[in-house]
Design a protein around this ligand. Structure first.
Ligand SMILES: Nc1nc2c(ncn2[C@@H]2O[C@H](COP(=O)(O)OP(=O)(O)OP(=O)(O)O)[C@@H](O)[C@H]2O)c(=O)[nH]1
Ligand SMILES: [Mg+2]
Length: 292
């Protein structure tokens, strides 16, 4: 529906004149999207009958502004899952609290989208390590907020049902686990909508696992933690901040290639350098390592 050139720029779902003029979403609007799994082996490996290779996703884009929160209430009633989009420069805003609370009350299956990563590289000029810590802090803040909203919700529920509201909430509570965001679990997406890209660390775990001959689950487990990859021994080791030759895996193996690409393409506007970097793909984290 949207040409690749306009993707990320056109406000396709803000269709009324006033929304276009004010540059904000005022009413919810929906679109049906067909999604095909790229990796069909995942569908085959999954025994469940409900797992398919193709999905029709009915996406409802709802407003963020607090004045139009009744539209969010309707959308949370209608939908099974929620993509909670956070601007990584702004972090948690008042409207994020309201939206999370509504989604949580409707028992939606959530996924966190950390958007505008391009601005961390180009505008804020954070290094990949600084950006990694910044992103980690946002996820921690969202988790703390979801935890406090969820416990108060469960206590209110207990009170309504005539049970003791001072219940202890178990850490294994499935509802609590669902509202705990962690890139390792695949419920966090890193994105730059304006530049039409986004990923979960599963994508990079699969890519690096193939290149390095390592187990993808092991990579997935350590990618967002304080671990480094030693390219000499091809081993994952504990990250030591005092050792300047070390970088956390997420910073070095995921953010650095993206940062280098932004530096070449956007900061230096050197198209040849950008194309060269893109062709080297993820290998540019370790130029001395000969990888396929
Ligand atoms: N740099 C950058 N800007 C972005 C990105 N995504 C969106 N924007 C800009 O952020 C502004 C708001 O984008 P919208 O898509 O309207 O955001 P929204 O969350 O739908 O806003 P409301 O629905 O009005 O709450 C626009 O000026 C976009 O161009 C991104 O990934 N990077
Ligand atoms: Mg909008």
């Amino acid at each position: 529906v949207i040409s690749p050139k306009l993707a990320g720029k056109i406000r396709f779902l803000d269709s009324t004149e006033e929304e276009q003029r004010r540059g904000i979403t005022m009413h919810s609007s929906a679109i049906a999207l067909l999604f095909r799994l790229e990796d069909k082996s995942a569908a085959k490996a999954e025994k469940s009958e409900s797992f398919a290779e193709e999905y029709l996703i009915n996406l409802v884009d709802s407003p963020g502004h607090i004045d139009f929160s009744s539209d969010v209430s309707t959308a949370t009633r209608l939908c099974d899952g929620a993509l909670i989009v956070i601007d990584v420069l702004e972090g948690l805003c008042t409207q994020t609290h309201a939206v999370i609370y509504k989604a949580l009350r409707e028992r939606m299956k959530p996924c966190l989208v950390l958007n505008k990563l391009d601005r961390l590289a180009v505008e804020m000029k954070l290094t990949p390590i600084e950006a990694f810590h910044h992103l980690r802090r946002i996820i921690e803040n969202v988790n703390a907020l979801a935890f406090s909203l969820l416990t108060s919700e469960l206590r209110q529920l207990a009170e309504l049902e005539g049970r003791d509201p001072n219940i202890e909430i178990s850490e294994d509570d499935p509802f609590l686990l669902e509202w705990n965001f962690s890139p390792e679990k695949g419920n966090v997406i890193f994105a730059s909508a304006i530049d039409s890209w986004g990923f979960s660390i599963t994508k990079f775990s699969n890519m690096w696992a193939k290149k390095l001959g390592l187990n993808r689950n092991v990579l997935q487990k350590y990618f967002f933690e304080d671990y480094s990859f030693n390219s000499k021994t091809i081993k994952i080791v504990k990250y030591n901040a005092a050792d300047s030759s070390m970088q956390p895996m997420f910073a070095e193996m995921i953010l650095k290639p993206i940062w280098d690409l932004y530096e070449a393409a956007v900061v230096n506007t050197d198209l040849t350098a950008a194309v060269n970097l893109a062709e080297q793909e993820v290998c540019l984290s370790y130029p001395n390592l000969s990888l396929s």
